[in-house]
Design a protein. Structure first.
Length: 556
């Protein structure tokens, strides 16, 4: 029997074959012996389930005798773990509902490490922890590539709602299968079987039974158990935003023993998470995708005990009391300290009918999902910053031609030199300086774009536009609790002058610390902070350093 069940022709078969040793390492006798103090021995009869799909907080199992068969969906065999092999993927750390079932094959004897003890194990044994965590990450990548899991998405590649759900599931590393109503001739029979019509798409089938018609991201997150929070717990620190700054804060806070909760509106990684390759981040000379960087950082934070709730948007901050209370949609959480890492969002240019084409030809990120929609076509990228440059370079590999539009005279003043050189040396990328989009047209989906430049107006049959223009900070939820600069960014530390501090009612004898806002114990890091350097490395550094200041506040 094949080690891994991969349908004929699936692209993931090459991935599994190339990474088999990392996906399914066989532990040494010495490694198994080091697990024993954290475990208990158990026996399972042939066919007995060790856990069911949908269970939370499952245990970690090492096979001593027999086998553990892993099934997805009804009876689809994913893999079989043999002697001295182990079960689990990243859900073991996150506590999320798992997407697969584990079943004994033959009389099976195992070591079982319950979830709380498992975290102690990987913290105590760095070498073993590295082996296990690498396998967990690789297994999740394999499940994603194979589309194996508890979620089915039925939708249209021309639907903004479908694209939004695909992005949400992909960036949150939720394995799902996708049925495109535009391509699958049998889709009507599938929909009829669940009592829904084509007009109801996108449709999400969660856990194999629950059918959701045109669901919101919050509804899908709730069904998958991604957004649960405990209202009655007062956290040492709540980090609002899971971009590079927020994830760095979570890693250092949790590793230093703080009770840390991260709230994220969409998915880990922030804007950096949508970058296909970050080439100037220290330690990755060949570059790393924003999503991979974010997923590794998240696993690292969860390894130390940090919790994450996604599709949880901070709506308000109650700054009239301590502990502070962060209001969410329908619930709230309490915190002794708060780290604001909500980042920025791309500004929407003043273009007629823009809203009608968002997700249907107009995009704010260039990931492989968007890249698959515009393969072989002409695309337009609007913006002169690094995000726009990274998008143009990536899209040049999938699109027929990439046109960059900037209002300024060129790219050298706003984009890193390595990206400018890359663009200049890519034959199917052209730059139109002093140019802006004036009109969009199409029926249901973008079909043409009109722009105006030094040579006057011009129209082009372009079906895909990527907007990466100036950014606005996500600070509306802070209302009048902290001092903001004229553009809405959060002022911190020495950037807050004496008059502002007095007007804000600063109550302490000391001045605000480096990343502290005008509200004691509330900090701001990353792109949302005024005067910050808008780079991934700078955001990570700020998030890391900020935790030391949190400790000082907690000790006051």
């Amino acid at each position: 029997m094949d080690r891994v069940h991969v349908p004929q022709g699936r692209e993931d078969s090459a991935f599994v074959k190339a990474h088999r040793d990392e996906l399914f390492p066989v532990l040494t006798e010495a490694q198994v012996a080091r697990i024993v103090p954290f475990a208990r021995e158990r026996r399972f009869a042939d066919g007995e389930n060790l856990w069911e799909a949908g269970n939370r907080g499952i245990s970690f199992f090492v096979v001593l005798e027999g086998e553990i068969a892993i099934h997805s969906g009804a009876e689809a065999l994913v893999t079989v773990h043999g002697v001295r092999e182990f079960s689990g993927d990243v859900d073991l750390l996150s506590g999320r509902p798992v997407g697969v079932r584990g079943r004994a094959r033959g009389a099976t004897r195992v070591l079982e490490v319950v979830s709380e003890r498992f975290r102690a194990l990987i913290a105590a044994d760095a070498e073993l922890g590295e082996t296990l965590l690498r396998a967990f990450l690789m297994r999740r990548i394999a499940l994603m590539a194979a589309g194996l899991g508890r979620v089915q998405l039925i939708g249209s590649r021309f639907s903004a709602g479908t694209l939004a759900l695909q992005e949400f599931l992909t960036r949150n590393a939720v394995p799902y299968s996708f049925v495109d109503v535009e391509k699958d001739g049998d889709v009507k029979a599938t929909l009829d079987g669940f009592g829904v019509a084509v007009d109801d798409v996108p449709v999400v089938i969660c856990g194999g039974t629950r059918v959701m018609k045109r669901p919101t991201i919050e509804e899908v997150a709730g069904c998958l158990g991604l957004n649960s929070v405990h209202e009655d717990v007062v956290r040492d620190v709540v980090v609002v935003g899971a971009g590079p700054a927020g994830l760095a804060s979570a890693v250092y806070a949790a590793s230093e023993g703080l009770d840390a909760l991260v709230l994220e509106a969409t998915a880990p990684g922030g804007q950096a998470g949508s970058s296909t390759r970050i080439e100037n981040y220290l330690g990755f000379p060949s570059g790393i995708s924003g999503q991979l960087l974010a997923s590794r950082a998240l696993v690292q934070a969860q390894k130390f005990g940090a919790e994450l709730a996604v599709a949880r948007t901070a709506a308000r901050l109650d700054c009239t009391r301590r502990p502070y209370r962060i209001g969410l949609d329908g619930t709230s959480v309490s915190a002794k300290t708060v780290i604001v890492a909500t980042g920025v969002q791309y500004r929407k240019p003043d273009i007629p009918d823009l809203a009608r084409f968002i997700g249907a030809g107009v995009y704010f990120g260039a990931t492989p999902l968007e890249g698959s929609l515009c393969a072989g076509e002409e695309v337009v990228v609007v913006g002169g910053g690094n995000s726009a440059g990274q998008a143009a370079v990536y899209l040049s590999g999938v699109a027929r031609r990439v046109t960059i539009l900037v209002r300024g005279a060129g790219l050298k003043e706003t984009m890193s030199r390595y990206l400018v050189r890359r663009i200049e040396n890519t034959p199917n990328v052209r730059l139109l300086a002093g140019t802006r989009i004036t009109a969009l047209a199409g029926e249901g989906h973008l079909e043409s774009v009109t722009w105006e430049g030094p040579d006057g107006p011009a129209a082009s049959e372009v079906r895909h536009v990527f907007l990466m223009t100036g950014a606005d900070p996500n600070t509306a939820w802070l209302e009048r609790c902290v001092v903001l600069d004229p553009k809405g960014f959060v002022k911190t530390g020495p950037d807050i002058d004496a008059a502002e501090l007095k007007a804000a009612g600063w109550p302490l004898a000391r001045l605000p610390m480096l990343f502290e806002t005008s509200l004691p114990g509330v900090f701001a890091v990353g792109d949302v902070r005024a005067s910050s350097v808008k780079r991934v490395a700078a955001a990570v550094g700020e998030g890391s350093v900020c935790v030391q200041l949190v400790h000082k506040v907690l000790a006051e």
